[in-house]
Design a protein around this ligand. Structure first.
Ligand SMILES: NC(=O)c1ccc[n+]([C@@H]2O[C@H](COP(=O)([O-])OP(=O)(O)OC[C@H]3O[C@@H](n4cnc5c(N)ncnc54)[C@H](OP(=O)(O)O)[C@@H]3O)[C@@H](O)[C@H]2O)c1
Length: 328
């Protein structure tokens, strides 16, 4: 099946950008580059956020980042934050209110929406106070151009300050068995306390926990940023394979693949957690959705975490430049 057929087969997902604002079955909260839904009509729901910031979504979103070959034909994005000049990203961040407004208008036009269901800041702008960003979003919500908003890779303090001005629906940060920072830096706690949803991105660690990647894997130099990441260098991949082996062993006696183990672990963490695994393969999509057939007990979780924690993770998740753009 080629990519076009895959998209066609995934009618709901393919249409997610347009579908999201209209469908009763809410598009899952993956949008950023992810648009959600999958089998949105049949999957059980989870709720991100609370009160007027609440958003009912399917238990899994769909991460669309890997579908970049569709650039120009399908444009699914609901993020702001990267500075774009003359159509090109400068590598700097800007969330100045006038820029956020402009990006909102441009997104509405490109996505052919009247209103953005969930608008994430991606990433934090050190020069614009978060209160100003939140105030700007509150204005866009009043005008009906944005329905809800979220933040990406920010600290617990920023979340609190932003939420006090304009209630947040979701925080999107990297979270999986090889990167559990949000458990330690207060981000998951503040989400739980304030009734804010949490959307783990790269929940299969960019495919690594699926078990198909090893030190011989070649990443497309034109279209795959994993080759720039320290954790995806051959020696790190070779050593970290021990972690994948743990997931495979754990899954073997339970009828689960390692990707399903990775996703089930996230789902078991809290009911307000909605992972957004990405895939370009229908078989992987079904495999990931079938994670819902399994529930891990407290004992399972403890056993899995003990086994994974016994193995050091080799290589940072980002290089120094990319690391500057995330707050912990
Ligand atoms: N906010 C941010 O800064 C940020 C950063 C990165 C990503 N994201 C979001 O998170 C979404 C997902 O992240 P991601 O794509 O980086 O990582 P991911 O979902 O952890 O992994 C995607 C990779 O896993 C492979 N895969 C998927 N299911 C699999 C399975 N069952 N078995 C084996 N391999 C499997 C996919 O390959 P195949 O295509 O071959 O299935 C793909 O290479 C993105 O689409 C994007 O929306 C956000």
């Amino acid at each position: 099946m080629n990519r076009k057929e895959f998209i066609k087969g995934m009618g709901v997902v393919a249409g997610a950008a347009a579908f999201a604002s209209r469908a009763k079955a809410a598009c899952a909260a993956s949008c950023a580059c992810g648009a959600g839904g999958g089998a949105a009509g049949t999957l059980p729901n989870r709720v991100l956020g609370s009160g007027r910031a609440a958003m009912s979504v399917s238990t899994f979103g769909f991460g669309c980042m890997g579908l970049t070959p569709y650039k120009g034909r399908i444009n699914i994005t609901t993020k702001f934050g990267h500075e774009i000049v003359d159509g090109k990203a400068t590598g700097r961040q800007t969330s100045r209110p006038d820029v956020v407004r402009r990006y909102c208008e441009e997104s509405l036009r490109r996505l052919r929406l009247d209103s953005i269901p969930l608008f994430y800041q991606h990433r934090f702008d050190r020069d614009t106070p978060i209160e100003d960003v939140a105030g700007c979003i509150a204005g866009l919500i009043r005008e009906g151009k944005v329905q809800r908003w979220g933040l990406c890779e920010v600290s617990a303090d920023i979340i609190r300050r932003a939420h006090a001005v304009c209630p947040l629906t979701a925080i999107q940060s990297e979270y999986h068995l090889m990167h559990r920072l949000v458990e330690k830096n207060g981000v998951l706690d503040v989400c739980r306390e304030q009734g804010i949803g949490f959307v783990p991105y790269s929940p299969i660690n960019r495919g690594f926990l699926g078990g198909d990647i090893n030190e011989y894997t070649q990443f497309d130099p034109a279209n795959d940023n994993r080759q720039t990441l320290p954790r995806f260098q051959p020696e790190a991949l070779r050593l970290n394979t021990r972690i994948v082996n743990v997931l495979q062993r754990f899954g073997r006696t339970r009828g689960m693949t390692s990707a399903q183990v990775a996703l089930a672990w996230l789902l078991a963490k809290a009911p307000f957690v909605v992972p957004i695994p990405g895939t370009t393969k229908q078989a992987h999509l079904y495999e990931n959705l079938h994670t819902l057939d399994f529930t891990l007990s407290g004992g399972d979780i403890a056993e899995l975490e003990r086994a994974v924690e016994a193995i050091p993770v080799i290589g940072d998740r980002y290089d120094a430049e990319q690391q500057k753009r995330v707050l912990g």
